[in-house]
Design a protein around this ligand. Structure first.
Ligand SMILES: NC(=O)c1ccc[n+]([C@@H]2O[C@H](COP(=O)([O-])OP(=O)(O)OC[C@H]3O[C@@H](n4cnc5c(N)ncnc54)[C@H](O)[C@@H]3O)[C@@H](O)[C@H]2O)c1
Length: 251
């Protein structure tokens, strides 16, 4: 029970990697604030946690709004008295389009959720953790390192998460707050449902992994909970690939 007496916030916890991680944190003793813009999905995650005997509350949040992220952290601390782990995981893809066709709205929304949302989460968590220490885990992506021409806004947002993680780790070390990130490869979640509808596309994106398969949200949750635990106490400012080698080779 690595998270006994710990309080954890997971954003984007209504689905995919966030839901799997929230379940895993709760299984290991944490009280979990399940935060998502989709409140019904967050409630469903809470239901699953409670069905396993865990403790969680749902909290609606749009991470692209500072006031909502600030309230998320403040409400969690008011309820449970502390914050130990902040998992800034909520994110969206952008439509796979050339930059010549992509709308400015799609560009700005991707940056607002994936980049500003993580910045707000780091900032609000740091304010809550400055006297007690803690761990902040951010979700970057292989696409923060490897380019595909049709995903420029997503690349920009995830590269920003990589560098915010390193800079925040340096800044927050004095408060004993570790800041780390994960960089998943292809993971079988709602964000890639559109690709699954086209078998050829799905086969191609799967082949970017060394063993030609998508990962599961649970395989990512294993790494997230490790990084957030004391077992990773000397891991700081690092971005850990959870990608079956996708960022390491060209087929
Ligand atoms: N699935 C992949 O292949 C993959 C690869 C690399 C990185 N990622 C990243 O993993 C993270 C989780 O995505 P996932 O794969 O589990 O997808 P998902 O779509 O299953 O889950 C994303 C969750 O974030 C929520 N969300 C979206 N916008 C939000 C907002 N503004 N505020 C709060 N919540 C919001 C959604 O409602 C959803 O529940 C994202 O940051 C994504 O970019 C995913």
């Amino acid at each position: 029970m690595r998270f006994e007496n710990k309080v954890v916030i997971v954003t984007g916890a209504g689905s995919g990697i966030g839901r799997a991680s929230a379940l895993r944190f709760a299984r290991e003793g944490a009280r979990v604030t399940v935060a998502d813009v989709n409140e019904a999905a967050a409630q469903e995650t809470v239901r699953q946690i409670e069905a396993e005997g865990g403790t969680a509350i749902a909290h609606p949040v749009d991470v692209s709004e500072w006031s909502q992220v600030e309230a998320l952290v403040q409400d969690t601390v008011s309820r449970w008295g502390r914050l130990d782990v902040m998992f800034n995981n909520a994110g969206i893809g952008n439509p796979p389009q050339s930059l010549l066709e992509l709308s400015l709205e799609a560009y700005h929304r991707t940056i607002a959720v994936n980049q500003h949302g993580v910045f707000y989460g780091i900032r609000a968590a740091a304010q809550a953790m400055r006297d007690s220490g803690g761990v902040i885990v951010n979700t970057a992506s292989v696409y923060g390192f490897v380019a595909d021409r049709r995903h420029i806004p997503y690349h920009a947002s995830k590269a920003a998460v990589v560098m915010m993680t390193k800079a925040a780790a340096l800044e927050l070390a004095r408060y004993n707050i570790r800041v780390v990130a994960i960089a998943p490869g292809l993971i079988d979640t709602g964000i890639v449902t559109g690709w699954k509808a086209h078998p050829e596309v799905w086969a191609t994106v799967q082949s970017a992994q060394m063993r030609r398969r998508a990962g599961t949200p649970e395989e990512v949750a294993d790494v997230v909970t490790f990084l957030a635990s004391d077992e990773a106490s000397f891991v700081n400012g690092s971005v850990i690939f959870v990608d079956d080698g996708a960022a390491s080779f060209k087929r």
